[in-house]
Design a protein around this ligand. Structure first.
Ligand code: SAM
Length: 440
């Protein structure tokens, strides 16, 4: 048989470029010198065909404690195991830094549906985990700022009489992010069915939603809803809009917002009415409810909310209702936001544009913090992002940490298309204007 040369292989269309493998290997070995050279021409986001590992995954995975080795070392009286693991983690940290400097994507998924942060979290590699969270915060802040910039550019086009793309840009974002947008936004999560099988991953990797990433507001608002007998509100696709395990969260949120009776309160998003009931228990001077879905409005009617003393129901989206209330000069002591099928961008607009206009200087604002709550690393990233954006809007945030029940163990996801909570704690935010905070 004749010798096969590299040019024969190349001519036959076989890929002879081994750079991707070399990058992954150098990342695994925390070999900074080789990695630096390779990244001059190679890509920091290559993926291993078998595992889907990126160089970030590889650098983290190779720090997994080798239990056999550790046991041997301990048996030999060598407590160096811990020390050697710590050194390895330091080397991995330097590798992560180099990869991030070269454009590594913080939240790429491997074939096991794990981001690098998920891996670091599971392996208990705290420093690596924190490095990924910090990179995630930087990337998401930039991503959100670019998004704002895109809107500003579109608005100025409109002023010049050109056809506006602003609405379209938002829609594109929600349905089908561009590759760049998808790269830097929170990943799609595999759907877990009630039988516990992994179903297909979500179609979109769009911006962070407050509950389900695939549901678009306009579709949701025209879909049929079901109030189940076991304490759930479901949309047409059996996504949970609200579940009664969140009752504790609702109660504690109202406690944090209403410190005395006689306040002027508002809740946006009635759902199952849990939080509105908690508000009424505080005997407010007035309580406003804003609700957009016709089926929920019907429910509000059937359950007598329109005739409850001091209650005013505003039918429609808060985006349409709020400008009128601001024009009327309404001022409130407490505002709570818990909608569905909206994105982080909506929440940000809500507090940055409207809460600051409606809330009394000494008032309090709270919201349901489910941002990225189907993955610890995303929850941690978005806790920091929202706190920074609230600070930009002139608000200080205090967090209370609440425990979350064992939702899997309790069978809470039975009959639900997608698990929207997979974090073992709830961070409850209470926000006040910095000026009021400083004065108190
Ligand atoms: C998660 S549920 C609220 C649950 C509520 N916190 C409770 O205690 O039962 C979300 C609610 O927000 C409503 N909603 C969604 N988008 C809205 C919008 N733009 N304006 C007003 N309400 C909206 C939904 O129809 C739904 O009733």
């Amino acid at each position: 048989m004749a010798d096969v040369t590299m040019s024969d292989v190349a001519a036959a269309g076989v890929d002879t470029d081994t750079t991707a493998d070399e990058i992954l290997l150098a990342a695994t070995n925390h070999d900074l010198e080789s990695l630096k050279k390779l990244l001059k021409t190679g890509n920091a986001n290559v993926q291993d065909a078998e595992t889907g590992f990126t160089p970030l995954h590889a650098a983290i995975a190779s720090c997994a404690p080798d239990e056999d080795l550790d046991e041997d070392m301990e048996a030999n009286g060598e407590s160096d195991a811990v020390h050697s693991n710590a050194l390895e983690e330091e080397a991995a940290l330097e590798t992560l830094k180099l990869l991030f400097e070269n454009g590594a994507i913080w939240n790429e998924l491997d074939l096991n549906d794990d981001t690098p942060g998920c891996l670091a979290h599971r392996l208990g590699l705290t420093k690596l985990y924190e490095a990924v969270v910090a990179a995630g915060v930087r990337a998401e802040l930039l991503f959100n700022r670019m998004d704002d910039f895109e809107l500003l550019v579109d608005e100025s086009d409109e002023e010049e009489g050109e056809e506006t793309k602003a609405e379209e840009a938002v829609e594109i974002h929600q349905h089908e992010p561009t590759a760049e947008q998808a790269d830097s936004s929170v990943p799609a999560i595999g759907v877990t069915t009630t039988e516990g099988e992994d179903a297909a991953p979500d179609e979109s990797t769009g911006p962070v939603k407050l509950k389900n990433p695939n549901v678009v507001s306009a579709d949701y608002l025209t879909s049929e809803l079901t109030y189940t007998n076991d304490g759930k509100l479901l949309d047409e696709d059996k996504n949970a809009i609200m579940m009664d395990w969140e009752t504790e969260i609702m109660g504690r949120s109202v406690e944090a917002l209403c410190q005395r009776p006689g306040l002027r309160t508002m809740n946006v998003g009635h759902g199952m009415g849990i939080v509105d009931g908690k508000f009424l228990d505080k005997n407010p001077a007035m309580h406003h409810i804003v609700e957009a879905h016709p089926a929920v409005i019907q429910r509000l009617k059937e359950t007598g909310w329109y005739s409850k003393p001091n209650v005013t129901v505003h039918e429609g989206k808060w985006q349409d209702v709020f400008p009128k209330l601001i024009a009327e000069g309404l001022t409130l002591d407490a505002i709570y936001y818990d909608t569905y099928a909206e994105t982080y961008k909506d929440l940000k607009e809500f507090f940055a544009e409207y809460v600051i206009a409606l809330l009394d200087q000494n008032g309090r604002f709270g919201f349901y913090h489910g941002l990225g709550a189907d993955r610890q690393v995303c929850y941690d990233v978005y806790t920091q992002i929202v706190e920074m954006d609230l600070m930009d809007a002139g608000m200080d945030t205090e967090w209370q940490v609440l425990g979350v029940p064992d939702l899997d163990g309790e069978g809470q996801w039975k009959g639900i298309r997608r698990k929207y909570w997979d974090v073992d704690m709830y961070r409850l935010p209470t926000c006040q204007f910095l000026s009021a905070k400083q004065a108190s």
